[in-house]
Design a protein around this ligand. Structure first.
Ligand code: AMP
Ligand code: ZN
Length: 459
């Protein structure tokens, strides 16, 4: 089966055919770096990481250019820096670093390129100039605005008519706009906030022009896939299309638009006022990143996903089962020629991760039953390659079960206690040997005795 993706632009699932048969370009809107990432922010990161892994398998690592930007100039950043009493640079550096750490903990590989908006201001000024020259933009009170009436197709991506756009209150009403749906390309900056010189005075770009310029700089006028959360379809992506098509030529820009659905927490929309904002950092203190990742992949990306602590627990249990199977296969080497076709087929069907996980569980059950060594080696190869496509089973099973978190009893301490227990048993001091077993159990360490000796794992 060839890769099929649901394209928001055509509102149907389409076969993915890259512009250049040998190379794929993908742009995903990255974070605005003003705060620590919440679990909703991780959803596009993990989904597009799975898509990038799939594309790299199909086209080769060197033939996939996955670009995810950093929005490091935006009004939310200015407001947050002021509220924190922190410089803008300190804030954006700190939150970008935390974002990288959190996403890596959830098993997301870095994109190939990560442009920052502040590195592309010259390109933005240039594109805005072209839009003005071509009659798609106008200057008013130090602002430059995109004239939506200059583009016949405006609203096509989101399928909104003009009344919906305005009624949705997602457009800022301002007296200097010719039309309420016109949006800002450039705005003036007071002396104490970030600004760059431009033909329209010292100012800063609007958010939408940043992505039009960064995607063009990295991937050209036309590229294959553009992704992000579905909240970005309007106005952000609609406006990116308007800017890029009007500046670069009709019919240019992204060919496949892929949008992930929203994540709720315990049935509610995440919001600061409800106090149910869950940061990735907090969640990582409760469960390993791979378990959070599996939980994220348990719903299809276009569906809503309700994040619950029961779901995370279940995901951890499911991952433990997968690692148990992998550990039981330690008697064989993985046959690396094996591709998990069932996992691959599921992902090629519009990134169907629940189906891909079911395929991994089926491989795990097969591993538990299979006794033939050649077959076991094949299953191990498939479990690992399928896991790799999903960014799961990335650790050695021993490390998974025995890996310590901060404050946990260490492997050395456990091994020493196991030796002491053997000695106690030899001396028929069963009270002490039971005490050691029970005290380890209280700390989440389970001992398993066998004729070959005692092994242990964290549960
Ligand atoms: P932001 O930093 O707010 O621009 O968001 C970064 C990315 O996270 C965008 O692609 C958003 O669509 C996505 N996003 C934000 N909140 C959620 C959520 N609750 N569920 C899924 N995606 C989200
Ligand atoms: Zn964007």
């Amino acid at each position: 089966m060839a890769l099929h993706l649901y394209n928001t632009a055509s509102r149907q699932k389409e076969e993915f055919v890259p512009r250049d048969p040998a190379n794929v370009g993908m742009y995903v809107c990255g974070p605005t770096v003003y705060d620590t990432a919440h679990i909703g922010n991780a959803r596009p990161v993990i989904i597009f990481d799975v898509l990038a892994r799939l594309l790299r398998l199909q086209y080769g690592d060197a033939h996939v250019n996955y670009v995810r930007n950093i929005t490091d100039v935006e009004d939310k950043i200015i407001a947050a820096a002021e509220a924190n009493g922190e410089s803008i640079e300190a804030l954006t550096t700190r939150t970008t670093k935390a974002y990288h750490e959190d996403m890596a903990e959830m098993g997301a590989l870095p994109p190939n390129r990560e442009p920052k908006a502040t590195e592309h201001i010259v390109g933005m000024v240039e594109m805005i100039g072209v839009l003005m020259e071509k009659g798609h933009a106008y200057e008013a009170e130090g602002h430059v605005l995109f004239d939506v009436t200059s583009m016949a197709d405006y609203g096509k991506l989101s399928g909104r008519n003009r009344d919906d756009m305005i009624a949705g209150a997602r457009v800022e009403i301002a007296p200097y706009k010719k039309d309420p749906a016109d949006f800002v390309l450039w705005k003036p900056s007071a002396d104490d906030i970030p600004g760059w010189d431009s033909p329209w005075g010292r100012g800063r770009p609007g958010w939408h022009i940043e992505c039009s310029v960064m995607s063009r700089a990295e991937l050209g006028d036309t590229f294959d896939i553009h992704g992000g959360g579905r909240d970005l379809i309007f106005p952000h992506h609609e406006n990116e299309v308007a800017q890029s098509c009007c500046a670069n030529g009709d019919g240019t820009f992204a060919r496949y638009w892929v949008h992930n659905g929203f994540l709720t927490v315990e049935g509610d929309k995440m919001s600061k006022s409800l106090g149910n904002f869950r940061t990735v950092r907090e969640l990582l203190a409760e469960a390993p990143g791979e378990a959070l990742r599996l939980n994220m992949l348990s719903a299809h990306y276009r569906q809503p996903l309700d994040w619950t602590s029961d779901g995370v627990k279940q995901s951890k249990t499911n991952l433990d089962k997968l690692y148990t199977s992998l550990q039981s296969l330690s008697d064989v080497e993985a046959d690396e020629s094996q591709v998990a076709k069932s996992v691959l087929d599921a992902l090629e069907d519009d990134i169907n991760t629940p189906k891909a996980l079911a395929a991994l569980y089926a491989l795990s059950s097969a591993a538990n039953k299979e006794t033939n060594l050649v077959e076991r080696s094949k299953i191990k190869g498939k479990l690992l390659s399928g896991g790799n496509l999903l960014g799961l089973l990335q650790q050695d099973p021993k490390e998974w079960f025995q890996g310590a978190e901060e404050g946990d009893v260490t492997a050395d301490q456990i091994e020493a206690l196991i030796l002491e227990r053997v000695e106690a048993k030899t001396n028929k001091n069963y009270a002490r040997s039971d005490e050691i077993r029970d005290s380890l159990k209280d700390q989440g360490i389970v001992l398993e005795d066998s004729p070959q000796g005692t092994t242990w794992k964290r549960v």
